[in-house]
Design a protein around this ligand. Structure first.
Ligand code: MEV
Length: 313
């Protein structure tokens, strides 16, 4: 018997980093997915196969002994095995079309799909239960997570986190994602922002208030089908991200190359590398490749509405 779950990657449209400090954020799941397949084995091991390599450890090992990228899987396996005396081994295989370490939710989607797949071996779980366990597993690599990424990967669609209700009118958003090809580490970027906050308490609190106001304005713009304001707010949000120092020259260059054809452009996710997103009118999409350096991958993202899906064969 195989338990298979898949979950989408994500983009953050507004509010990354500030969300860790309690503000709202707008996120959308995208049409790139990770699929996790789990099976029971008799090998007395937990085996994880992924494009990052293979790990095989005795069933009794703790997640803390594993290399960071494997910890969430071992954590989930440990937890499932602890609640099931009869399990003699587990094999977990991860297939993903989400680029790793560039802010598109690869790690959160893995945690969500793995939670659905591993726990799905025992019974069918609600989205709420999958989300709860997936956030616990994400915390094994990134203890300060806001939980926003796992939430959108679980429920899909576009949400104004912490609400899980899907925003209905996304006015056919056509978002371009461009990858700087600079890998980043979310945990390090979040720690850097914590330091900024410690050293600039008053300004950081003002920025959180500004972000909250901006998100309210975005929601109104969406209700009014106002793409121009939506784009302007993306660029305004980028200024706040520049101020908390999660941007760099490469990202700034990419943003400026796309300026003439986009309504708004910003980093998506932790920054310090990774991807930018741009709101580009349909008629300008074919001008994009000529504006970006050849080595920077770009594609347009559609919003995924399904979230986590699970099946058993
Ligand atoms: C990372 O995709 C988003 C951050 O806001 C961290 C988080 O929300 O946990 C930087």
């Amino acid at each position: 018997m195989k338990s298979i779950a898949s979950a989408p990657g994500k983009i953050i449209l507004f509010g990354e980093h500030f969300v860790v400090h309690g503000t709202k954020a707008i996120l959308a799941a995208i049409n790139k997915r990770v699929t996790v397949t789990s099976t029971f084995t008799d090998n007395n091991t937990i085996k994880v196969n992924s494009e990052l390599g293979t790990l095989e450890v005795p069933i009794s090992s703790s997640y803390e002994e594993a290399k960071s990228e494997f910890r969430p899987f071992v954590y989930l396996a440990n937890k499932m095995i602890a609640s099931n005396q009869n399990v003699n081994g587990l094999e977990i295989t991860i297939d993903s079309d989400i680029p790793v370490g560039v802010g598109l939710g690869s790690s959160s989607a893995c945690c969500v799909a793995a939670a659905g797949s591993i726990f799905g071996l025992i019974k069918e779980w609600s989205s709420e239960e999958i989300l709860k366990i997936s956030i616990e597993s994400e915390k094994t690599i990134f203890p300060d997570t806001s939980g926003a990424d796992c939430t959108v990967c679980t429920y899909g669609g576009m949400i104004e986190y912490p609400s899980i209700e899907k925003i209905g009118n996304t006015f056919g958003l056509n978002l371009l994602i461009a990858n700087s090809m600079i890998p980043h580490n979310t945990k390090n970027s979040v720690e850097k922002v914590n330091k900024f906050k410690e050293n600039n308490e008053e300004r950081f609190s003002q920025l959180c208030d500004l972000e909250t106001k901006l998100i309210d304005e975005v929601i109104t713009a969406m209700k009014n089908n106002d793409t121009t304001t939506f784009g302007l707010k993306m660029s305004e949000n980028q200024k706040y991200l520049e101020e908390i120092q999660v941007s760099n020259d490469t990202l700034r260059d990419m943003i400026s190359y796309l300026k003439e054809i986009s309504l708004g452009t910003k980093i998506t996710g932790a920054g310090d590398g990774g991807c930018i997103i741009a709101l580009v009118k349909d008629e300008n999409m074919d001008k994009v490749p000529a504006l970006l350096p050849n080595d920077e991958e770009c594609f347009s993202a559609k919003i995924d509405t399904k979230g986590v899906v699970w099946s058993k064969i």
